[in-house]
Design a protein around this ligand. Sequence first.
Ligand code: G1P
Length: 301
Amino acid sequence: MTGAATTQTFRTAIVPAAGLGTRFLPATKAVPKELLPVVDTPGIELVAAEAAAAGAERLVIVTSPGKDAVVRYFEKQPELEENLESKGKTALLEKVRRGHDLLAVETAIQEQALGLGHAVAQAEPNLRPDDEAVAVLLPDDLVLPTGVLEKMSAVRAEFGGSVLCAFDIPKAEISPYGVFDVTDTDDDDVKRVHGMVEKPKPEDAPSTYAAAGRYLLDRAIFDALKRITPGSGGELQLTDAVALLISEGHPVHVVVHRGGRHDLGNPGGFLRAAVDFALETPEYGPSLRAWLTERIGTERP
Ligand code: G1P
């Protein structure tokens, strides 16, 4: 409950975590992909920490039946804590408590995999009357350095409506994303959005600005989510609900994030993130760097 943002516009963050994690099979037969460790910390804790640092007090995790381990991860573990305390393992104790202490976690269940828009819609009953806007963080996306949600809050405070995070992506690589039709504002990093399309072919993409897993959505999104029909991939797309709001005059802007990102949604991206984070730790960084340098210079038969 750090509430670092000067223009706080949300208290509730939603993390859709209902996917089957097929790209991580067979590991995801037993372990939800959101719990796979980036060094020693599950990706979902990194995302929860980002939301808490931006002022979120509550996290609604949308899971599917059988993925309750994701929510259990955030529960207190008194026996484990007592055990570590009695052995004087204070650094580990601090790590064990961290997830639980970040913010209050609630669950919503998505019974059927009908798309990201459908997943977000499942969190509506968890909202409080004073939730005028909510943050949505996709746990596959790590946006670095953190802090983009604070900037997005400031943009909502200025322009109202909804604010999304965008990355400038080479046109040839744009197809896996939701893509924005934009015009400039006075701020080079803030664009006005006139339309949004999910997973276009490169030649149909309205720009090179792609949605990157961070959304600050006006509560009106929940009404729009009830009015969309299946779109790309036959799924109910969050992109289409945003596009519907735009077509009705709802202001939408993007904050263009110029930093880095990791895609935790596939083993290749996940490994990069793990190596990147490990290189920054005093515990594993130096020896990993030395080993990687040697390994890369060594041809394997
Ligand atoms: C989702 C969204 C897409 C967004 C992307 C960011 O797609 O539908 O608009 O650009 O996340 O990672 P997915 O990756 O679930 O296919």
